[in-house]
Design a protein around this ligand. Structure first.
Ligand SMILES: [Zn+2]
Length: 320
């Protein structure tokens, strides 16, 4: 019984904080490596396992740092603005227009992407390998989140429309079911971005525009699909769990006409473009002569805290 409760609580925690799902975040960072131009790819290929594994550290940090959750989303519909273009792209200007406290409540993912990008540029300049790996992984995570429509909506888990669970359904269940077997995650080669901040705001706009469809299509499907076939006990990472059934997931995916695959591909390409742009901006430092990363005490400390906190802890702030 205790074991069953433990499994159920793990499942709930995953749904609460698993933005893009751990599976998809790792895949996004992994495939972004394959998308890099050869000049930078060799360094990333050498560290591909670390960069993929650390893609989910940002989510795990939600359990030990109350400042972390706000970095993963932005509730665009909570801004009292006629269009998204009225929200300043740059943090300093946004803080002039709104209270910082308010921004932290509605979420700061687009600005966080700029913060992480700037840190990555500096890490490249310093040729600081542990930091390059850490900030590449984090940047990949936040860019991935920015591509998820429900990360731009205050109705982020369908809690306002009686659709609780849709968040994990869209970004975990569908990729886990379909990504490896049926989706094409290889995208075109990354390019240098002239204006990374403007680029990510365009992706945020796309996400915000798609969020209504994500909710409305599931709502319609839930009303026509047999209720007793919506959930099923199916395998998930070797565990038999009650979750949205494969039939329901596939039907939803078909009705959305491949939206999740498109957003995942777009995430992969964007992540690679950001890494590449950071490296060019830092002056294209030669990295191939540097060997395995040596972690600082601070990195080691955080790693020790992250895993147990994620398994047993609670999110230090709003779930996303
Ligand atoms: Zn996240």
């Amino acid at each position: 019984m205790k074991r069953l409760s433990f499994i159920i609580s793990l499942f709930i925690i995953f749904l609460l904080c698993g933005s893009w799902g751990f599976f998809a975040h790792k895949k996004i960072n992994e495939y972004a490596v394959y998308t890099l131009p050869p000049t930078l790819a060799s360094f990333y290929k050498k560290n591909i396992l670390l960069i993929s594994e650390k893609a989910v550290d940002a989510d795990k940090r939600c359990y030990i740092d109350s400042l972390e959750p706000t970095r993963h989303y932005i509730d665009i519909d909570d801004f009292d603005e006629p269009t998204i273009d009225s929200i300043p792209i740059h943090w300093s200007k946004a803080k002039e227009k709104y209270q910082e406290k308010q921004l932290l409540l509605t979420g700061i993912v687009p600005w966080q992407i700029s913060f992480s990008y700037n840190k990555l540029v500096q890490a490249f300049k310093d040729k600081d390998i542990p930091k390059i790996i850490r900030f590449s992984a984090d940047l990949g995570h936040y860019i991935g989140d920015a591509h998820v429509p429900l990360h731009t909506s205050s109705n982020h888990d369908g809690q306002l429309t009686d659709q609780r669970g849709i968040h994990g359904f869209w970004e975990s269940r569908l990729p886990e079911l379909l990504a490896e077997k049926e989706w094409d995650l290889l995208t075109g080669t990354a390019i240098y971005l002239e204006d990374p901040a403007a680029f990510i705001w365009e992706r945020i706009l796309e996400s915000a525009l798609a969020s209504d469809s994500v909710l409305a299509i599931e709502k319609t499907l839930s009303q026509s699909f047999p209720a007793d076939k919506r959930y099923a006990y199916e395998d998930r990472n070797g565990q038999l769990l009650r979750q949205y059934s494969s039939d329901y997931a596939r039907t939803y995916d078909r009705l959305m006409e491949g939206m999740v695959e498109r957003r995942m591909r777009s995430s992969i390409w964007a992540v690679a473009c950001f890494w590449y742009t950071a490296w060019i901006t830092a002056g294209q430092p030669a990295l191939c002569t540097i060997d395995t990363p040596v972690w600082t005490e601070e990195d080691e400390d955080e790693l020790k805290k992250l895993q147990p906190a994620w398994i047993t802890g609670e999110i230090q702030g709003r779930s996303h």
